[in-house]
Write a protein that binds this ligand. Structure first.
Ligand code: COS
Length: 409
């Protein structure tokens, strides 16, 4: 049975997130965008009301929410301001590899840290010469006794300037390509972990995007996540879990643009009638509405598959690709509906158009998503994953699962 009805708990959560976005995020969003203001007080409030670290399992103090609920929250964040929303959601990206691959002690320590206080963590995968091509990374981790020595630089790190800890990917066997990468948790507050650069961005200007350099950093061997040289797979499993949320945020941006454009089209009069009376504008609005709704359906599918314990690689790449590209199209059309005013900062939609652009870039470009979709469709493969107990809602705990990603139908 296909049933799109949310549970009462999910409806309450969506309402909580919407009210938060409306009262705490929207009123400051355009001002924060202008100044590139770091939204610390909003992070503190979101943490206080329980809208952060939503997937952290109950065993480590978190609410252990399902992935669909996470998407409901992220859509509202995106509707409020995706720059601030990205700052609020990024702990999920850093935490997922810990939840999947960390030892019991690591999970208690690092996931617990984010629950005890409004602290932040960042996911360090990308490097200047390794973006889409993850295996091209140069960061090295060399084992010495009971430690690894970490050297390298990671760029475009969300919340990097404010993170208390990082999940860092590094080569442990440089000759083995993607099979020579390992993942670690690294304490952020150490002298030889430095924040080098805060990026001055086109959009999502309230989020912090930094370069982090690790210089001879000693990482205890127990901070290795999963098995040595299995970090690439951990990164892919992480992205499968976080791309639904990114897609949801893109839906939120598109929805905001659609709402602004619809309202404006009813007020703006040209040729003696509100422009909403002109078919040229009606068609733009109709396509916007369709893209928002279709993006949401794909997003929910990708989250529900996860909640059902299925591998969602195909669905989450479809959702992320479609929702991100749609957000770009919808925000561009919203500017079109506003005409010349749309290009002016005094009006709300140019910010949304700038913010939407990153949705086609971060957590895998739209081209990478197409690559993944094409592979899953043309050469469906069975991938073995070890699903940790806390996450294994619909499966046997701690079992190895070999699965082909299901298609939508
Ligand atoms: N879940 C689990 N394992 C996966 C997986 C998934 N979704 N996707 C791939 N794997 C495994 C494969 O099974 C394969 O395992 P083996 O080593 O046992 O053969 C391994 O990972 C390599 O897979 P693949 O051959 O598909 O890797 P490629 O290097 O050809 O390409 C892409 C992978 C390009 C899709 C990947 O590098 C990618 O997603 N890049 C974008 C990264 C990104 O999103 N960066 C943004 C920064 S993060 S904010």
């Amino acid at each position: 049975m296909v049933d799109f009805t949310l549970t009462d708990e999910q409806k309450d959560l969506r309402e909580l997130a919407h009210n938060f976005a409306e009262k705490e995020i929207r009123p400051v969003a355009w001002e924060y965008d202008k100044e590139g203001t770091w939204p610390q007080e909003i992070i503190d409030k979101a943490w206080e009301v329980g809208l952060m670290n939503t997937h952290t399992p109950e065993a480590y103090g978190g609410p252990g929410l399902d992935y669909l609920s996470g998407c409901l929250i992220e859509e509202e964040f995106g509707w409020g301001c995706s720059g601030i929303g990205t700052s609020l959601a990024a702990n999920g990206l850093a935490s997922a590899p810990v939840a999947i691959g960390g030892t019991e002690e690591t999970k208690k320590k690092y996931l617990g840290m984010l629950i005890e206080e409004p602290k932040l963590a960042s996911f360090c995968l990308t490097e200047p010469d390794a973006g889409s091509d993850v295996s091209g990374m140069k960061t090295r981790a060399v084992k010495k006794g009971d430690k690894y020595i970490l050297n390298g630089s990671k760029c475009f790190i969300t919340n990097g300037g404010y993170a208390d800890w990082f999940t860092v990917y590094a080569k442990t066997d440089p000759d083995q390509g993607h099979r020579g990468i390992s993942a670690f948790v690294v304490d952020g507050k150490q002298d030889n972990v430095t924040v080098d650069k805060k990026e001055d961005k086109m959009g999502q200007r309230a989020s912090n995007t930094a370069t982090i350099t690790f210089d001879e950093v000693e990482v205890p061997a127990e901070n290795l996540l999963g098995e040595e040289n299995h970090g690439f797979k951990l990164a892919m499993m992480t992205l499968d879990r976080t791309r639904p949320g990114v897609a949801a945020m893109a839906v939120g941006i598109a929805r905001a643009a659609f709402e602004f454009a619809s309202e404006y089209s009813k007020e703006r009069v040209q040729f003696g009638v509100p422009i909403a009376m002109h078919q040229a504008i009606q068609f733009l609005i109709a396509d916007m509405a369709t893209k928002v709704d279709a993006g949401r359906l794909l997003t929910w599918l990708s989250a529900v598959q996860l909640d059902q314990g299925k591998r969602n690689t195909l669905a989450c790449s479809e959702a992320k690709r479609f929702a991100a590209d749609s957000a770009m199209e919808v925000t561009t059309d919203a500017v079109q509906v506003y005409g010349g005013y749309g290009f002016i900062k005094e009006y709300p939609v140019e910010k949304l158009m700038r913010d939407a652009k990153i949705m086609q870039l971060y957590e895998g470009t739209s081209q990478i998503q197409r690559l993944v979709i094409a592979r899953e469709v043309l050469l469906p493969r069975t991938i073995e994953e070890t699903i940790p107990e806390a996450e294994a809602k619909g499966r046997e705990a701690d079992q190895k699962v070999a699965e082909t990603a299901p298609a939508a139908a």
